[in-house]
Each structure stands twice: as structure tokens, then as C-alpha cells.
Design a protein around this ligand. Structure first.
Ligand code: ARG
Length: 386
């Protein structure tokens, strides 16, 4: 790995500087910097304080260019689970995250941080699920899929290792973890009561009979959180849903549940010609159903109009603090009625700053003897890190 000498300390120093300034604890900055320097010299890495971890994780959310919900970055609950080491402790921490975040529908943003990747480890601890709550996808011999096509590989992986599914379009996936030096471990997951929401429509009674469901909270569990050069390769986090994520993308995309033709036909739209805008009309009804169903059950949910207003507020509040925001326009712009939201009419700088969340190579589908992408700031030579 081409880690430049001192890369880790430089990263650490930059982070500590910003963090201690933002928290207004600069009186402790110089001594902390020295402490970290010594720790890196001796061990090749360093451990962050709870304060650093907490603020660092919040900064990572604040810096997430693709997230439209960042106005609330300061409210992120950071659950320090770095002490968890046995598979049981880890599975329990995952269950706790789901319960804490769901909170009977009054959703709370949270991140559970497991131990960091250590120097010399080719792979850090990993959660193999894409999200902690997710439906399986079963590929049929004719190539069609029952369930969520985006989960076909992971579903197969679980089935090959002994998990049995019911084969409905909404089978719950088990939790799978893999900690360094241990085989992957799998555990059944049953969501708390009320977590799975039946999708109904405010006007169309027939909608209920489509038997469509979605879950209350998206908890991304496969990304790496990087703070000050430290890589937390297992750090599941959640916000709450914006309706279009489900109504337009999860239900509407052709390579997902592909429900536009189903809904259009039930409404009785003319699908023979693009100019009838049948896809657009079906999208609107699907999205209305999603927003309506979540409200009906008292589950926190935002519309794309609310979220884009909040994003403008986020920009203003960051500006007031003398910070410039970065954002990925392609992701911030909602996948329905984009031009009716303010964010569509703006330009954003898509520079990636840290702390942040990063994609990591998937463990699924890779031969185990092929190393996956590790932490870029660690090398196996202690000297190189100074
Ligand atoms: N778009 C993803 C999904 O539909 C979830 C991504 C995170 N979303 C969020 N609102 N925090 O499952």
C-alpha cells in the first residue's frame, strides 16, 4: 500500500484541529496532539476519545454529499460499541440499534460504532448486510426475482450457508457479521412490532390487495466511517426516510420491485403510449401511498418538498457558521418532480471532505483469500505512519 509517511498523523492532526475548535476545547488541543503522535509512533494507530468519536461521526454526516437530510447532523446519537467483541455482543448491539432508531415510529438518527480496523489487519470488522432491515430477493430459474432484486446475491449467500426463507416478496434477511480472524456469523433477525408497514392508498381501496410492504428505518450497515485517519469499517447508521426513496426508487425502478406497470394497469391508464404519462401518474400514486401509509402508522417520514426546504436551511445554517457545504446534485435532487424543489435550481460543489462515510468492497461474492480494500491510512510498517 502506498501510504505516505506520516499520513495517519496528518489526518489525525487535521481532524483534531477542526474538532477541538468546533467544540471550543482548544485549551486541550496541543496536549492531545502530542498524545496522539506518541500513540501512533508506538502502535501505528490511536484510539479516539468518546468526545472525538461523537463529534467526528456527526461531522461525517454533515459532510455526506449525497444526503439531503443533513440539517439535523448535530442530533445524531452516537452509540460507542467499540468494546463489543463476541458475536453475541455484536448481534445484541445491532438489535439495540434497530430498537433505538425505530422507537415505535418516532425515529431517531443514530450510529453504532464498532471497533476500528487495526494496523496489520487486511480487513476490519464487517457487517455484511447492506442495511440492517432489508427484504430478500429470490432469483427464479426463468431469471425473474421474487422480492428485492438488489438483494439477490446476499440472499443466495445466506441460503448457501443454511438460512431458510419463506420465499415471499418480503422475507426478512438475517444479520451477518464478520470480525477479523473469525468465520462469518449469521443470526435470524425479527424486526420489532410495527416496523413493517403495509402500503395502502388514500383513495384507491384496491391498493391494499397488492400486498406491498416496506420497513420503517433505513440503517446503512456496509459503509466505512473515517474520522481522522481511523477507519470504522463496521458502523451502521440511520436517518429516516424521504418518501421518494421508497415510492420512486425501491418500488418504481425497473431493476427493483418494478411496480409502475402494475399500478398503472390497476388505475386503468393507457400504457400503450409514453405520451399518456402513465409512468409519471403511477409514480405520483405510489408516492402518495407511501407517505399516507407511514403517516397512518405514525412513522416518521418526510416528503421530498420538506426535505429540500430543510436542505436549503442546512446550507444557510452552515453559511452562518462560516462553513461551505459540499453536495452531490445528482443525489440531492429528488427522483420525482425534481424541478418543483429548490435544490434542483442550484449548483453544488461535490468535493469530498472528511470525516465521511465511504463505500468498501463487498465481502459477498469475493473469494475469501482475495484481500478486500482495507483502511487506506494504515500500512503494516509502523515507521511509514510517522
Ligand atoms: N435509499 C435507501 C433505501 O431506500 C436508503 C438510504 C438512506 N436513506 C435515508 N433516508 N437515510 O433503502
Amino acid at each position: 500500500m502506498n501510504t505516505k509517511p506520516g499520513a495517519l498523523f496528518l489526518k489525525a492532526e487535521t481532524f483534531l484541529n477542526t474538532c477541538y475548535h468546533e467544540l471550543e476545547i482548544t485549551d486541550r488541543l496541543a496536549s492531545r496532539r502530542e498524545e496522539v503522535k506518541k500513540e501512533i509512533a508506538a502502535s501505528g494507530s490511536y484510539f479516539q476519545t468518546v468526545e472525538e468519536l461523537t463529534h467526528g461521526a456527526r461531522m461525517a454526516w454533515r459532510n455526506s454529499n449525497r444526503c439531503i437530510g443533513r440539517l439535523y447532523w448535530k442530533t445524531l446519537k452516537v452509540i460507542d460499541s467499540r468494546h463489543c467483541s463476541t458475536d453475541n455482543e455484536i448481534f445484541e448491539a445491532l438489535d439495540h440499534h434497530v430498537d433505538y432508531a425505530f422507537n415505535k415510529g418516532d425515529i431517531r438518527s443514530a450510529i453504532t460504532v464498532f471497533r476500528q480496523q487495526m494496523p496489520g489487519e487486511a480487513e476490519g470488522p464487517r457487517i455484511l448486510n447492506h442495511q440492517l432491515v432489508r427484504f430478500a430477493g429470490h432469483k427464479q430459474t426463468d431469471g425473474s426475482v421474487i422480492g428485492d432484486p438488489s438483494e439477490v446475491e446476499f440472499t443466495r449467500w445466506c441460503r448457501d450457508r443454511g438460512h431458510s426463507f419463506e420465499h415471499t416478496p418480503f422475507d426478512m434477511l438475517p444479520h451477518v457479521i464478520q470480525w477479523p480472524g473469525r468465520a462469518a456469523a449469521m443470526k435470524l433477525f425479527s424486526p420489532p412490532e410495527g416496523m413493517i408497514i403495509p402500503i395502502v392508498h388514500p383513495d384507491f381501496e384496491w391498493f391494499e390487495a397488492l400486498n406491498i410492504y416496506w420497513y420503517a428505518v433505513p440503517i446503512i450497515s456496509e459503509m466505512m466511517l473515517e474520522i481522522g485517519g481511523i477507519c470504522y469499517t463496521a458502523a451502521p447508521f440511520n436517518g429516516w426516510y424521504m418518501g421518494t426513496e421508497i415510492g420512486s426508487r425501491n418500488f418504481g425502478d425497473e431493476n427493483r420491485y418494478d411496480l409502475l406497470p402494475v399500478v398503472a394497469r390497476k388505475i386503468g391508464l393507457d400504457t400503450s403510449n409514453d405520451h399518456t404519462l402513465w409512468k409519471d401518474r403511477a409514480l405520483v400514486e405510489l408516492n402518495r401511498a407511501v407517505l399516507f401509509s407511514y403517516h397512518l402508522k405514525g412513522i416518521t417520514m418526510s416528503s421530498h418538498h420538506e426535505k429540500s426546504e430543510q436542505f436549503i436551511q442546512f446550507e444557510l445554517s452552515e453559511q452562518r457558521r462560516g462553513r461551505k457545504i459540499t453536495a452531490d446534485w445528482m443525489w440531492i435532487t429528488p427522483p420525482m418532480s425534481a424541478s418543483a424543489t429548490k435544490v434542483f435550481h442550484k449548483n453544488y460543489d461535490n468535493t469530498v471532505v472528511t470525516p465521511n462515510f465511504f463505500y468498501q468492497d463487498s465481502v459477498i461474492g469475493k473469494p475469501r483469500d482475495e484481500p478486500i480494500q482495507g483502511c487506506p491510512f494504515h500500512s503494516n510498517s509502523l515507521k511509514e505512519n510517522l
